[in-house]
Design a protein around this ligand. Structure first.
Ligand code: CS2
Length: 494
């Protein structure tokens, strides 16, 4: 079979092998600028938008993908060379693969090379929405002060260099300033990151920045920009060389960066768009008045569930999430955690069958075809734990609920941060706070377990809760004494 490189020119030939966009990409206007064109965006928003463009004759919602960081060079070059096209490979439960070329990203910009181009694109009146996947840690929020980190050098740099910014805050501010000066409408800023109240967080952080950088713009933003909260969901592992190979072998398509994901997808959005929006509900998104309960459910069950499987799995020597969930004791731990510590905190959630949701999570985690990497799940835990796990702990401390499983998880994370699994193999830790985590983990391992909880930007004032510290210290000592398997078993059978 002739081999084809994925790009616009070859789409006709490729369409004989897998499904490709049938809409005329050259006719699409850019209505959305998206910052952060990693796998998740391409498996989620870009997929929904592709479906919409496919099913309707709408032309105003093409996406311009922005690679924001110098470390995004590779993804930028790859997507640019492929005219924004990539293959979405959905790994079904039965082992089969559904492949489709996604065409909704019609423009790609590399911000570090030409910041003004990005600012001008966002300021273009055709653009009505700016969406973000900048990761949990990208919002410049400090857990200890519960506010915007005003001393972050990148923020200070942006204030000093407004037309060549490095952070998303610098870009948004300059683009909105231009829109105001040109007499154009504002836009909607829609976060697609896993943060409770991600719209509120975006608004608070942006306005904190604007207050420092362009105070006269604050009132205009308050009146002309909206920040809908949204809950996003689709498990999207990192693409592996074998995925690229599989596409070559099965259909002779050369795609340098396909995206792999699970079949499940969910997107719940607050209907608060100042300048129009795509009819995403026509392709399965749900628009609701208040997304907060849905977000809370997803973050505290799915994402925290991932953290449980990731940390306990890593210490046990597993490489993928499905391996961890198929370990009977780890999955029993996860069920106990979900049932006794998380479920009671979700009492105000109406109209959702929580038991069915939890069962579906175990099934999704167990999808053996996904091979979701534990390294991916554990990466940037310092940004994830405060969002996924600690709100549940806080509620349980207030209501006298159990915190034993969460405390065990944090103790296991302290041991994980030493950098070795139980068999003595190195763990691949990727975390902006890696050095601090390691330093505190070492002090903890020298007879002072509490030292790990001293990292205020992660744990806030948790150290002042006697009950939590006791549960944590007990778990830590058990882990050291009995190892991961036996101490998980002990906790499960209490
Ligand atoms: C994961 C998420 O990064 C993580 O820790 O829990 O990426 C998760 O796969 C997605 O939120 C699923 O929607």
């Amino acid at each position: 079979m002739t081999s084809y490189t994925l790009n616009q020119n070859n789409l006709n030939q490729i369409s004989e092998r897998i499904s490709v966009p049938k809409y005329d990409r050259s006719q699409l206007k850019t209505g959305i600028v998206h910052i952060g064109i990693g796998g998740f965006h391409r498996a989620h928003e870009a997929y929904y938008t592709d479906q919409l463009l496919h099913n309707t004759s709408i032309t105003e919602w093409g996406i311009c993908g922005v690679a924001l960081l110098p470390s995004d060079t590779n993804i930028y070059n790859t997507l640019k060379a492929q005219d924004g096209l990539y293959t979405l490979m959905v790994k079904e439960f039965d082992g089969s693969l559904t492949k489709r070329v996604i065409g909704s990203i019609t423009e790609i910009l590399f911000a570090p090379a030409n910041p003004m181009q990005v600012i001008q694109k966002m300021a273009n009146p055709e653009v009505k929405i700016v969406t973000l996947t900048i990761t949990e840690g990208g919002y410049n929020y400090n857990e200890a002060t519960k506010s915007f980190d005003k001393e972050n050098p990148a923020i200070l740099y942006d204030i000093a260099n407004p037309l060549a910014p490095k952070t998303v805050f610098g870009y948004l501010t300059q683009a909105l300033k231009l829109r105001k000066e040109n007499g154009n409408k504002g836009f909607t800023i829609q976060s697609c990151d896993n943060i409770q109240g991600n719209g509120h967080m975006t608004k608070n952080m942006l306005l904190s920045y604007v207050q420092m950088a362009e105070p006269s713009l604050v009132a205009w933003i308050e009146a002309h920009v909206s920040f809908p909260n949204s809950m996003v969901d689709r498990i999207t592992p990192a693409t592996s060389p074998s995925d690229i190979e599989r596409l070559k072998t099965e259909v002779s398509i050369d795609d340098a960066w396909p995206v792999v994901c699970e079949p499940f997808k969910q997107w719940v959005i607050e209907d608060d768009f100042v300048n129009g929006r795509p009819l995403w509900e026509a392709v399965g998104a749900q628009f609701v008045e208040d997304v907060v309960p849905y977000e809370k459910m997803k973050l505290s069950l799915l994402n925290a569930g991932h953290t449980v499987l990731g940390v306990l799995g890593a210490l046990s020597g597993y490489a993928t999430i499905d391996e961890a969930v198929h370990d009977a004791q780890i999955s029993a731990f996860l069920k106990h955690y979900m049932d006794t510590e998380v479920t009671p905190t979700l009492a105000d959630l109406e109209g959702v069958d929580l038991e069915a949701y939890k069962a579906s999570l175990l099934q999704r985690f167990g999808n053996v075809n996904i091979k979701d990497q534990i390294d991916r799940i554990c990466s940037e835990s310092s940004a994830k734990v405060p969002i996924f796990v600690l709100p549940t702990v806080t509620t349980n401390l207030e209501t006298n609920g159990s915190v034993d499983f969460a405390a065990f998880l944090i103790a296991a994370w302290a041991i994980y941060s030493l950098g070795k699994d139980e068999k003595g193999n190195d763990l691949m830790i990727k975390d902006a706070m890696k050095a601090t985590l390691h330093d505190k983990a070492v002090v903890a391992s020298n007879g002072n377990p509490k030292a790990f909880l001293e990292i205020e930007s992660i744990f806030g004032q948790l150290l002042t809760s006697e009950r939590f510290v006791k549960a944590y210290t007990t778990a830590y000592q058990n882990l050291v004494k009995f190892g991961i398997k036996k101490s998980v078993l002990n906790l499960n059978t209490i």
